[in-house]
Design a protein around this ligand. Structure first.
Ligand SMILES: [Zn+2]
Length: 303
């Protein structure tokens, strides 16, 4: 009996450390073993197959070139476009002397853009932020484009100025601007005061981080050039006011290349008359789609 107790005491003195060490090493070993075991188990469930690190040496140069060619010719993802008809519902936007409302023109042009896209780019997917006369917040328009995973976002507007002689077409991308004219226009479109609009620049401090800025400039340039080109072929006295930047709230939340088109001036007698005409609305839409098409051809080529 004594011998047994001695043995227990001896074991109790010596073994705790040994036992602890054993337990720890067991934990490590079993963790290692689990890791080793976990890998092959996870493999069959993993959705992505690991890419082969090196091309098989059995493929000849010709075969490799053919393979690369076939891969580059595979069907690209269809282009997804969101077109925003500015204003709507309770918000009429600018109103012309004849009572013509900006919200009605933007909707008409957006619908034309949809028709032209369906005809000209049948594979593309196009969605309008509104199809009827409803009130939409500015933030919800960009949110919609994000939700639809749009490749590009185009907001359509009609310009207005106290100077009745002001006329022409201009396209905007989002950026900080201290230009008085751009600030006044953005304030009107944002339904904010100029001071409130100028405060947006604090929110835009990280704009340089947005990779879509360069693409927005590219998209804006193509839309502006194509739109003016198309109008000039059909109408006299069309003024190309160029690509500009301003702090348009509607473009702020968009995660894709986004531009805002000021199609013409509702405050100008001649342009107001034109804006009412279906033919002019169609010409605006065709010009915008020409720009989209040019951009998508380049964009797809870069993908
Ligand atoms: Zn507007």
């Amino acid at each position: 009996m004594f011998a047994f107790l001695l043995a227990v005491a001896l074991l109790a003195q010596v073994n705790p450390i040994e036992l602890k060490q054993k337990a720890v090493s067991h934990k490590i070993n079993s963790a290692k073993a689990n890791k080793v075991r976990a890998k092959p188990k996870a493999k069959p469930n993993s959705p992505k197959k690991p890419a082969p690190a090196v091309a098989k040496p059995t493929l000849s140069l010709d075969a490799l070139l053919n393979k690369a060619l076939n891969e580059s010719e595979s069907e690209p993802e269809p282009l997804r476009i969101v077109v925003d008809a500015g204003h709507g519902g309770a918000d009429s936007g600018a109103v012309g002397r004849s009572g013509l409302k900006e919200k009605d023109i933007t909707l008409a042009v957006a619908k034309e853009v949809k028709q032209v896209v369906k005809k000209r780019l049948p594979k593309a997917k196009i969605f309008l932020t509104r199809e009827d006369d409803k009130t939409l917040s500015l933030a919800s328009r960009a949110d919609f484009a994000n939700h639809m995973k749009a490749d590009l976002f185009i907001s359509i507007h009609v310009n207005s100025s106290e100077n009745r002689k002001a006329q022409g077409v201009e396209t905007y991308y989002l950026n900080i601007s201290h230009d008085r004219y751009a600030l006044r226009l953005a304030a009107r479109e944002n339904a904010m005061t100029e001071t409130e609009t100028s405060h947006l620049e604090y929110i835009l401090a990280d704009l340089a981080m947005k990779s879509s800025v360069t693409d927005s400039v590219r998209l804006g340039r193509m839309v502006q050039n194509a739109l003016c080109g198309n109008l000039m072929r059909k109408y006299r006295g069309v003024k190309d006011l160029g690509l500009k930047h301003a702090m348009f709230y509607v473009l702020m939340g968009a995660k894709m290349p986004a531009v805002l088109v000021e199609t013409s001036f509702i405050s100008n007698r001649m342009e107001e008359k034109r804006l009412k005409q279906h033919q002019y609305q169609r010409a605006l839409a065709e010009g915008i789609v020409n720009g989209i098409q040019l951009y998508s051809e380049q964009h797809m080529a870069m993908r």
